[in-house]
Design a protein. Sequence first.
Length: 255
Amino acid sequence: MQPRFAGKVALVTGATTGIGQATAVRLASEGAIVAVNQRPTGDPTQTLKMIKDVGGEAFPVVADMRDPVAVKAMVQETAKRGGRLDYIVSNAAINPFMPWDGTSIEDFDKLFETNVRGTWVVCTEGARQMIAEGHGGAIVMISSISAHVGAPTQVAYCGTKGAISMLGKALGSVLGNNNIRVNVIEPGAVDTNMAAPMFEDPAVVKYYMDRIALHRIGKPSELAGAIAFLLSDDASYVTSATLLVDAGFIVNAEL
C-alpha cells in the first residue's frame, strides 16, 4: 500500500521546532515532499535530519512571515522545487508573554503581522497556486485554545488566534468551489519552545494538570497526527472546521 501522502508536496511554516517540526516529519514519513520553512535567522538542520532519518524527502525554504513578498516567493519556490503544491500548514507564530498594559502598538502590530497576516498570505497564495495547477488541496491553520479563553500575559496573542480560527472557517467556505479544504487546529497545552516560559511556573503546571482531563501536557507529535488527518483523504468531507486538541482542558476550566 502506498503511503497516504505519496506524490504530494506540503509547505509547513515554522517547521524548525515544535508542532511545525513534528508535522513536517510526520508528513514526510507518510510520503510527502516537505518544504521546511525557516526564518532568515533560523536553522532547519535538525528538521531535515529527522526527515531523512524516517526516509522522507524535504528541502528548506526561507521567509519571515511578516514579509508578504518573501512569503509569496516561498510558495512559488515550493511549487517549483517540489513540482506542485498540495498542502499548506500555517503554523509559524510568535507569543511574547506581556500584559495588556505593557503591549505597545509596535508589539501589537508585530503579533498581528506575524500570526494573522502571515497566515492569510501563505494560505491565500498557496490556494492560488493550487488553483493554477488545476487540482484541489488542503490547508490547515494552527490556532490555539487562546481563541476561546483569555490569559493575563497573552491578551493580544489571544486576539490573533481568534482571528485565525475565523479566517480558516471563512476561507474554507469559499475555496470549496476549487476543491480546496481549509481547517483549523486549536492546540491546548503542548510541550514546545513557545510554551516553555509558561511551564517554568509550578503553579501554572499544576493549574493545567488539574484541569486537563488526561492530566498531562501534549506532545508536538500528537498535534502532528491531528494535522495529518485533516490534510488526508480520511478528512475528505471536512472543511471550515475547527478541531480543539486540548485533551479536555476547556471543558474543565471551571474546576
